[in-house]
Write a protein that binds this ligand. Structure first.
Ligand code: BZD
Length: 829
């Protein structure tokens, strides 16, 4: 039978292959057909954007073919699947990534050339899919790429926001937020699944009813919204496997408020119906604070409910006994944002599938794993009980029940230690009674993961200390990683070719550990020469971008020094700017002969501030006024320039990272759970200037402390420093630059007052003052190293060569083996 099945499958795959041909001629035909029939433009007259549309539709066809094959294969094999639940994904652009992962980049480039277009130019037409805030969201995107590439049977689930992360507009140095209505001109990378829809219910009451002679709690919801699936195929590299990122959009339900139609208030009823769509309309732009807003809670439940219905439906297609559920399903909670999934699965198993509590609980405890991305206990998500009780009354009951049983068990273990019991309780009694999402997630997950070694230590000793003592076996960490496909192959094609040439193989694109092979050539004069060339061309691209943005011409001989990430006090962009002011001040007071020794710098800063985060917005403004002062001072010339890159996003990162000589990662030790930006720079041969925080500690293990510029207080010194205040010697230099701002040297004296206050000796929570001296020393060391370009290039090669551990392929393999218990399921042919 299996032979017959195989033959059938082979015939089918052969037919498919006959359907999509990848030679340049067929590709041209396809592109033109799409221009004519999909985009509805004449094939004799279309512009770059229309060419991009035609092109991406032809790529989409090829994605769909592999995606169908993969889904069919998964269905047949019925392996254990992992479902990755995340409220945020920062996918960026898809075109280049897709043609590379499909292995038909060169064919497309040739086809387009013959049509008079350039692939790179058309790729620029695409806007970013920015359905996320920062590190957590980009990590999800990298992990999907690795899941597909490593052939894991995986699904990503999320929300299809109509408005992604706001666009940052800078007017007179101030940040303004503009809506990102990214779906305006259609999105060729998604497939609307009109038949994959689920009702999601809200509000109402819980009543006790007799069901089959048993007393049961029954939720009678008051509102229904429809969730419609949009599938985004995610192709793996070097494999046919193409997995699904399924994003849900909210649509009015057909059952919605029929009453109003009957009573004749037709117009209001239609307007009301439309309100359902607001659930998936906008991404919350705060990457730290949790405000307990109803809409946010609705988003979370909407996404969780639709996803779990889909997962359970898929399970039930092939199984009828829920005890098998844990053998087939792993649910990964990306931070606490999807933690309502726990209560939802309990509810479905008990209320809809009629399992008793213990059986349902036994299942739930085997399927969930939870990864936290936070370092501060204060940063943990809380849901006000009142809000949850009104929106999801039955879920609140279930969470109370889980907590009651947990507390009873805990009492048996720790006795009546009330302070401990209250710290560990899922329910927080306080001014606002709330549900602690992290406690819920820990209690109900079999594994809790941190994202770096340092983070893991903090989880064990601070953030989740009580839980670690109770269940040490639950806690693990998986060092974050990024995908080398996006961060080298797509964004730095010349470095990619160079690496392949020197390693003599492309295999590193799937097995990044092979990069260590570059170590033996780190001092090879020929490689060094070629490496420098590649880096210079990338700097040229970046310099052109800067000129177009700001009109500023920068020297390619200068050190390009970059800090790009969300603006946060703990990330200390302010430390960077104060350092720049100090450098400016020194240069101004130098004589001619000293000036000749200065290493010229182009300082580049970019990032968004959460709209309500005043201090972060002031840091952006400060950057602009300092830049105005420095860049317009003819006396300084090329020795120092400062540029703020507006609207930082994934595609900007793809341009900036390959062109950076030095990148800065300045978080106060103990504040960055991991940090993944540094990994992208490292892979691209950019040197790091960093504190011993998050992933940097592990980067040092790989490349050695001699190959980066380390500074600042160590994790264990931070608490003492906070108590003692900064030491006086450092204070002098630091006080001088802060004083310049306070005195109005850069203008906006009143406006910057509160910003300066945050770093006054007695308030300097993030320790800018005490780290300043050591920061300047690290900067001086970087200058010194840059003078010897051969040595610098050696360090650069060693950085890239040591970046293998920071591939998301490694992270995902560890998750698969140690947390999810899933195996690869490779689509044949
Ligand atoms: O997650 C980040 C951490 O700050 C980084 O250190 C880490 O590298 C990455 C990936 O693990 N956290 C976030 O990006 N968090 C958010 O974006 C976020 C969004 C909404 C609500 C809360 C946090």
């Amino acid at each position: 039978v299996s032979g017959e099945r195989k033959a059938k499958a082979e015939r089918m795959f052969a037919l498919m292959d006959g359907f999509q041909k990848n030679d340049p001629m067929s590709l041209q035909k396809d592109i033109l057909n799409h221009v004519e029939y999909t985009v509805a433009r004449s094939r004799f007259s279309f512009d770059d954007f229309e060419a991009y549309q035609g092109l991406s539709h032809s790529v989409r066809d090829r994605l769909i073919e592999r995606w169908h094959d993969t889904q069919l294969h998964f269905k047949r094999e019925d392996p254990k699947r992992v479902y990755f639940l995340s409220l945020e994904y920062l996918m960026g652009r898809s075109l280049s990534n897709s043609v590379i992962n499909l292995g038909i980049r060169d064919e497309y480039a040739e086809a387009l050339n013959e049509l008079g277009f350039e692939l790179e130019v058309l790729a620029e037409q695409e806007g970013d899919a920015a359905l996320g805030n920062g590190g957590l969201a980009r990590l999800s995107a990298c992990q999907l790429d690795s899941l597909a590439t490593l052939d894991y049977p995986a699904w990503g689930y999320g929300l299809r926001y109509q408005y992604g992360l706001f666009r940052q507009l800078i007017l007179d140095g101030f940040q303004h937020e503009q809506p990102d209505y990214w779906l305006n001109f259609g999105n060729p990378w998604e497939i609307e699944r009109v038949h994959v829809t689920y009702p999601v219910k809200f509000y109402g009451t819980v009543e006790e009813e007799l069901v089959d002679g048993r007393k049961s709690r029954v939720w009678i919801p008051a509102e229904t919204v429809e969730a419609v699936a949009y599938d985004n195929p995610i192709p793996g590299y070097g494999t046919r496997n193409t997995i699904t990122l399924r994003l849900w959009a909210a649509k009015p339900s057909d059952h919605y408020d029929m009453e109003s139609y009957n009573t004749g208030d037709y117009i209001n009823a239609v307007v009301d119906r439309q309100k359902a769509e607001t659930i998936s309309s906008v991404l919350y732009p705060d990457d730290r604070s949790h405000q307990g807003k109803e809409l946010r809670l609705k988003q979370q439940y909407f996404f969780v409910s639709a996803s779990t219905q889909d997962i359970i439906r898929r399970f039930k297609d092939a199984h009828d006994n829920f005890d098998e559920f844990p053998q087939k399903v792993a649910l990964q909670l990306n931070d606490t944002h999807p933690s309502l999934a726990i209560a939802e699965i309990m509810r479905v198993l008990i209320d809809e599938e009629n399992l008793d509590w213990d059986r349902a609980w036994g299942i739930v405890c085997k399927i969930f794993s939870f990864t936290t991305h936070t370092v501060l206990a204060e940063g943990l998500e809380k849901i006000p009980v009142d809000l949850l009780g009104s929106l999801l009354p039955r879920h609140l009951e279930i969470i109370y029940d889980i907590n009651f049983k947990f507390m009873e068990d805990l009492k048996k273990k720790v006795g009546l230690d009330y302070s401990r019991l209250s710290r560990m309780s899922i329910v927080e009694d306080g001014a606002v009674k709330s549900i602690r999402s992290a406690n819920l997630s820990i209690v109900c997950s079999h594994t809790v993961n941190g994202v770096s070694k340092v983070h893991f230590e903090l989880l064990k000793t601070k953030v989740f200390k009580d839980f670690y003592e109770l269940w040490p076996e639950k806690f693990q960490y998986k060092t974050n990683g990024v995908t080398q496909r996006r961060w080298i192959v797509v964004s730095n094609p010349s470095l990619c070719d160079l690496i392949t040439k020197w390693l003599g193989t492309e295999a590193w694109i799937r097995n990044v550990d092979l990069l260590t092979g570059l170590r033996e050539y780190a001092t090879d004069a020929v490689l060094q020469q070629e490496w420098k060339m590649v880096r210079r061309v990338n700097k040229m691209r970046l310099a052109e971008y800067i000129e177009v943005l700001s009109g500023l011409k920068v020297s390619l001989d200068a050190m390009f020094d970059v800090q790009i990430k969300r603006i946060h006090e703990y990330k200390r962009q302010l430390l960077n700017i104060l350092g720049i002011i100090h450098r400016y001040d020194c240069i101004k007071n130098m004589n001619e002969s000293d000036r000749r020794k200065v290493v010229p710098r182009v300082c580049i800063i970019g990032g968004k501030a959460a709209p309500g985060y005043e201090i972060a917005k002031k840091i952006i403004k400060l950057c602009h006024v300092v830049a105005d002062k420095i860049n317009n001072n003819s006396d300084i010339g090329d020795l120092l320039k400062l540029v703020f890159i507006p609207d930082y996003n994934v595609s900007v990162a793809e341009l900036v990272i390959p062109g950076a000589d030095l990148s800065q990662h300045l978080s106060t030790a103990g504040h960055e759970a991991s940090g993944t930006g540094s990994m992208k720079f490292l892979m691209n041969g950019c040197l790091l200037l960093a504190t011993a925080d998050g992933s940097t500690v592990e980067i040092i293990e790989e490349i050695g402390s001699e190959n980066l510029f380390l500074f600042g207080a160590k994790l264990d010194e931070v608490p003492t420093l906070r108590e003692r205040g900064p030491n006086m010697k450092v204070n002098l230099q630091f006080a001088r630059v802060v004083r310049m701002i306070r005195d109005g040297y850069f203008g906006f004296q009143d406006y910057f007052e509160s910003l300066c206050d945050t770093v006054e000796a007695d308030k300097d929570f993030y320790l800018l003052g005490s780290d300043f001296g050591s920061y300047l020393e690290a900067q001086a060391a970087a200058d010194k190293a840059f003078v010897d370009q051969d040595k610098w290039t050696e360090m650069s090669i060693l950085s890239a060569a040591g970046s293998g551990r920071f591939s998301s392929d490694r992270t995902i393999q560890e998750y698969a083996e140690k947390t999810w218990g899933i195996e690869a399921c490779r689509c044949p042919f």
